[in-house]
Ligand binder design. Structure first.
Ligand code: AHR
Length: 376
């Protein structure tokens, strides 16, 4: 790319000096100026113009006038602490200091706005597009447009389930998170001598792969164990949504439930407020076992304070791995199609139990001040 840039720059410089030479020569009397000379000047002017256009194109191909790699990121929104950590990580990694020019769009959980953001990146002609898909389906048309424009797409966090027109996906295994929550509950309930499980689930955004995986994973264990899932409704991954759903659950299922599963920490915070207001006790040793996902700093603080009984991590720091994918592509290599970001499971010492997921023994981390301090 650099060679092409240098060659077109040289062409431009040569043409410009030719033109300067013509302009600097002593002018022939108008009557004697041969038409051929005028034509020659016009030709040189045209060459200079063409060269300038080529220079502009080559500069753009080479990554912009400043040599940065241009990246468009269509982020889900700003619904949770997890999302804030993910956005910060992307903005830190795809910074100018690291050689990137990032166009960031917060899509505010609006599927149509997210597709429009991707189309605007195509218009801009960015080098790479990163998508965290709000919903898992409905992507093939816009991904075909990216493909036609020759722009590689990298999917981060949530998955796209109805198109394969992207280079790589980097994120967590949501199904395993859901199964881990279920298997932990089985082992913890046995340890506590609890023989009957009546669960309520506050789901994430319906149709997002984070919701689908966690709901399916937990329900698979619930069915196998013969537990009762009294109800499941979406809280849209927000604190307000979690509170609203839990308020309605507290009225409809008063005294009938002993487990609440919130599909992210912010929903759990809302559910805790609703249970506080309804006089329902939760956390280790209390009436309701409260399970959450994400394990962000604020979530782990609630574990430490004895509110959330166990928290199943979804690591939001995938951006450095995405940058690695871009490095591989820049070097002409083929990145892995799927790259899993590892997660951990957290609880207080008394709620740490042995369990397996699909035959694989799991380990848990005890939540201490140091662990909270080190979390995002
Ligand atoms: O897609 C990841 C999920 O989305 C996180 O669990 C949640 O907090 C976020 O909003």
């Amino acid at each position: 790319m650099k060679k092409k840039l240098i060659s077109v720059l040289l062409t431009g410089v040569m043409a410009a000096s030719l033109l300067a030479g013509c302009g600097g020569a002593a002018p022939a009397p108008a009557a004697e100026a041969p038409a051929a000379a005028t034509e020659a000047v016009e030709e040189v002017a045209e060459t200079v113009e063409e060269a300038a256009e080529e220079v502009a194109e080559a500069v753009e191909d080479a990554g912009g006038a400043d040599g940065l790699i241009t990246v468009g990121f269509a982020q889900v929104g700003h619904e949770s602490d997890w999302r804030t950590a993910s956005t910060k990580s992307c903005q830190d990694v795809f910074s100018e200091a690291n050689g990137y020019d990032l166009s960031f769009v917060d899509c505010d959980n609006d599927e149509a706005a997210q597709k429009e953001a991707v189309r605007s990146f195509i218009e801009q002609g960015v080098d790479y597009i990163i998508i965290d898909p709000i919903i898992a389906t409905g992507w093939d048309t816009v991904l075909t447009e990216c493909d036609d424009a020759g722009i590689p797409v990298i999917v981060i966090d949530r998955t796209i389930d109805d198109s394969d027109k992207y280079v790589s996906w980097v994120g967590s295994d949501f199904l395993t998170e859901g199964k881990a929550a279920g298997e932990w509950l089985k082992a913890y309930a046995e340890k506590q001598g609890i023989t009957e499980i009546n669960a309520l689930i506050i789901q994430g955004t319906i149709g997002s792969s984070a919701q689908i995986g966690r709901t399916d994973g937990f329900n698979e264990i619930a069915e196998r164990e013969g537990w009762t899932v009294l109800d499941q409704q979406t809280g849209d991954f927000t604190e307000a949504g979690g509170q609203e759903v839990m308020e309605s659950f507290c009225k409809s299922y008063e005294g009938k439930f002993n487990v609440v599963v919130c599909e992210n920490d912010n929903e759990a915070f809302g559910a805790m407020t609703a249970m506080d207001n309804a006089g329902v006790s939760y956390g280790p040793g209390n009436d309701v076992i409260l399970i959450s996902y994400d394990a962000c700093t604020a979530g782990l603080e609630k574990v430490k304070a004895g509110g959330i009984t166990a928290d199943f991590e979804c690591n939001p720091l995938a951006a450095p791995t995405v940058a690695g994918v871009i490095d591989t592509l820049e070097a002409g290599g083929t990145p892995e199609a799927q790259i899993l970001v590892p997660d951990n499971w957290y609880a207080l010492a008394d709620a740490i139990v042995d369990f397996s997921v699909d035959g694989n023994a799991q380990s848990m981390i005890e939540v201490t001040d140091e662990v909270i301090e080190a979390q995002y």
